[in-house]
Design a protein around this ligand. Structure first.
Ligand SMILES: Cc1ncc(COP(=O)(O)O)c(C=O)c1O
Length: 397
């Protein structure tokens, strides 16, 4: 049989999806699975976006422009201007989700064997994009004890080698929910300028910040124009994960010109989804106010309920809609599988994402899980109750 690539063998399976077969088996047995494992919001997509697709007059579904439609990119630039981020339509390439923006970024700035420093735990698919690009991830552990704040800059400096090309952050963080402060962003900005590196920020959760805290983008830092690359997406902002639209933004012309070559190879982003995404920019502020109010209520409830469980530690998220939870178990991977295979309360169980897959350092996060609070409050309370009972039974075995 012809052999598959070494790269293919090294590609990590998604820690979020790898338990799916066990969940499917549980469902076949008649057990209801409450999904705390995946960041698929239950919030309705804005009506303006769906109406734009319903009311189109397209007769030929053509390719769009490689970099995305001119009108859409101009409107994205106007959206950023409202957030005090000054970019032009030419600084933006529309992509097939933030995912494609991440893979274009890796391809644009990194060669085989180059290194990228990422504070861990991080969005697990960064491992996949790095592997696909032949890039080595150099993790720096952040800690649940300070809500996963930025590790000391000295730790980053220790990891920088001649092969280091970039630092990648997710702000606010998936899975941590941590929102980097303006000061932390400036510390990183100074560091990348000092060592002539790129600073890549995945800002797909920008709108989701809580307790009066404001998001500060790396594109707001003066003098960082040649270093900053932002990855963005409509997936979570407008609860439009299935649209598959995102973008890559940089003031660095060489970055944009090179990323454009990757974009040309895949021809263009999807046409209907751009129509929906352009219309979504008209979403009234009230929509976001309501969504944020809902997430804050869910977060508060979830944290309160989790804190009632013995031996459980949880970081309080200030943004996004995830939290990392430390459990009184040795192996959260095993526990998560056991929940699906061997446990139920009133024919219900919960599915969580074991956190080890969000770390690149072997052994870290083994007793942690990630919970996505994308379910209604009643469901969340029920899920935590099930988790509590499960922990008692699991640890009594
Ligand atoms: C941090 C982060 N970045 C990027 C993505 C990719 O999003 P999409 O490709 O749907 O835009 C996700 C999806 O969950 C994410 O959580």
């Amino acid at each position: 049989m012809p052999s598959i690539s070494k790269k293919g063998t090294l590609m990590p399976a998604s820690p979020i999806r790898k338990l799916v077969p066990y969940a499917e088996d549980a469902k076949k047995r008649g057990t209801q699975v409450i999904h705390l494992n995946i960041g698929q919001p239950d919030i309705k997509t804005p009506k303006v976006a769906l109406d734009a697709v319903r009311n189109h007059n397209i007769e030929v579904l053509e390719y769009s422009m490689t970099q995305g439609s001119e009108m859409y990119r101009q409107k994205i630039a106007a959206y950023y201007a409202k957030q005090d981020i000054l970019v032009d339509a030419e600084d933006i390439i529309v992509t097939t989700g933030g995912s494609e923006a991440l893979s274009f970024t890796m391809g644009t700035i990194m060669d085989n064997g180059d290194e990228i420093i990422i504070p861990e735990p991080f969005y697990a698919n960064y491992n996949g994009f790095a592997t696909a690009a032949g890039v080595n991830v150099k993790p720096i552990a952040s800690s649940i004890d300070n809500n996963f704040a930025l590790p000391p800059i000295s730790k980053f400096e220790e990891l920088i080698t001649p092969k280091t090309k970039a630092i990648l952050i997710c702000n606010p963080g998936n899975p941590t929910g941590y929102l980097y402060s303006k000061e932390e962003i400036h510390q990183l900005a100074d560091l990348v300028k000092k060592h002539d590196l790129f600073l890549v920020a995945d800002e797909v959760y920008r709108e989701f910040t809580y307790d009066g805290r404001e998001h500060y983008s790396i594109l707001q830092v003066d003098g960082l124009e040649e270093h900053a690359i932002v990855v963005d997406s409509v997936s979570k902002r407008y609860s439009m994960c299935g649209a598959r639209i995102g973008c890559l933004i940089s003031k660095n012309k060489q970055v944009i010109n090179t990323a454009m070559k990757f974009a040309q190879a895949r021809l263009s982003p999807p046409t209907f989804a751009q129509i929906a995404s352009e219309a979504a920019l008209e979403t009234p502020q009230e929509y976001f106010d309501n969504v944020i109010e809902e997430y804050v209520a869910r977060r508060n409830l979830l944290i309160t309920e989790l804190n009632k469980l013995e031996g459980v530690k949880v970081a309080t998220p200030q943004g996004a809609f995830y939290c990392v939870v430390e459990l009184p178990v040795e192996d959260a991977d095993h526990f998560a599988q056991w929940l699906l295979e061997s446990f139920e309360v009133d024919e219900k169980t919960v599915m969580v994402a074991p956190a080890a897959g969000f770390y690149a350092t072997p052994g870290l996060g083994k007793n942690q899980i990630r919970i996505a609070y994308v379910l209604e409050k009643e469901q969340l309370v029920k899920a935590v109750q099930i988790l509590g009972k499960a922990l008692t039974k699991y640890n009594a075995q």
